[in-house]
Design a protein around this ligand. Structure first.
Ligand SMILES: CC(C)(COP(=O)(O)OP(=O)(O)OC[C@H]1O[C@@H](n2cnc3c(N)ncnc32)[C@H](O)[C@@H]1OP(=O)(O)O)[C@@H](O)C(=O)NCCC(=O)NCCS
Length: 228
C-alpha cells in the first residue's frame, strides 16, 4: 500500500449549488467529520465571499479593509471564461467553517494580469514567440489561501491539485510574493509541484512589493510532486 497523503484524508464532494454541505458521517460517531473539499459554483462563491476574503486577508497578512477593495474584483472574476473555484470545509467545535479557498480562470488577452505578465516577460528577455505561445493558452491560478490556523495540513496542495485536475489549458501560471530563500509554504508547495520561474522580482502596477510569476505545463499528473 502506498504512503497516505494528506489529500487522501479529505472527502471530495461532487459539485453542488449548496456551499455548506451535509457532512458525510462515519460510523464511528466519536470522530469529528473529515475535512471536505467542495467545488464551488460562482453563486456559492459569491454567497461566501466575506468568509473567503477574510481568509485571504489573514493568509496574506494584508491590512484589514483590503477585503472591501477586493470584493468587486473577485465577484467580477466569477464571470470570466473557465472560472473554477474550490474550498475546504472543516468542522471545529461543532461549527463548520472555511479552511481554505482557491479559484482561477482561463487567461485571456486584455486582462490586466496578463498584460502585466507580458510586460514582465518582455523585460525579462523572453522571445516574443514564446510569450505569445504561453499567454495564448493558460489557466491563471488567481487565488489560493488557507486560514493561518489551518495551514500545514495539505489543504493548499489538495485545492491546487483539484483545480488543475481537469483543466484543458496547456499551462498554469500564478504570481506569489517574493520571499527570502523561497522559504514559505507557498514556495515549498509550488516548487515541489514543479513550478518554474517565468518572471522574478516583478512589481505589478499599484503594488510596490516584488512578486514572482511561476508556471508549469499541464497536465499535472497525480504522482507529480508526491512525497516519496
Ligand atoms: C500557501 C498555502 C495556500 C499552502 O497551503 P497549506 O495548506 O498551508 O499547505 P500544505 O499543507 O499543502 O503545505 C505546503 C508546504 O509548506 C511546507 N511548510 C510547512 N510549514 C512551513 C514553514 N513554516 N515554512 C515553509 N514551509 C512550510 C509544507 O511542508 C509543505 O511543503 P512540503 O510538503 O513540500 O514539505 C497556505 O500556506 C497559505 O495560504 N499561505 C499564505 C497565503 C499565500 O501565500 N498564498 C499563496 C499566494 S500565491
Amino acid at each position: 500500500m502506498g504512503v497516505e497523503h494528506p489529500f487522501d484524508r479529505l472527502n471530495i464532494a461532487v459539485p453542488s449549488d449548496k456551499f455548506i454541505r451535509e457532512e458525510v458521517r462515519t460510523v464511528d460517531t466519536g470522530q469529528a467529520p473529515r475535512p471536505t473539499l467542495v467545488d464551488l459554483s460562482a453563486s456559492d462563491f459569491r454567497r461566501n465571499l466575506p468568509e473567503a476574503l477574510n481568509i485571504y486577508v489573514q493568509a496574506m497578512n494584508y491590512p484589514r479593509g483590503t477585503e472591501r477593495s477586493r470584493a468587486p474584483m473577485w465577484t467580477e472574476h466569477t464571470t470570466r471564461r473557465g472560472w473554477q473555484g474550490a474550498a475546504v470545509i472543516v468542522s471545529r467545535e461543532g461549527r463548520q467553517h472555511l479552511a481554505g479557498v482557491a479559484y482561477g480562470y482561463r487567461g485571456e488577452a486584455q486582462q490586466w494580469w496578463q498584460e502585466q505578465v507580458r510586460h514582465g516577460m518582455r523585460a525579462g528577455g523572453w522571445p516574443e514567440a514564446q510569450i505569445k505561445n504561453l499567454l495564448s493558452n493558460y489557466f491563471e491560478l488567481t487565488e489560493l489561501h488557507v486560514r493561518p490556523d489551518e495551514q500545514g495540513q495539505g489543504f493548499g496542495e489538495a485545492l491546487l491539485r483539484h483545480l488543475l485536475r481537469n483543466r484543458t489549458e496547456h499551462a498554469v501560471l500564478l504570481s506569489t510574493p517574493e520571499v527570502a530563500g523561497e522559504s514559505n509554504r507557498a514556495w515549498h508547495l509550488y516548487r515541489r509541484l514543479g513550478f518554474h520561474d517565468v518572471v522574478r522580482h516583478f512589481t505589478f502596477t499599484g503594488d510596490a512589493r516584488p512578486f514572482a510569476v511561476l508556471g508549469r505545463a499541464l497536465p499535472l499528473h497525480a504522482d507529480d510532486g508526491r512525497h516519496a
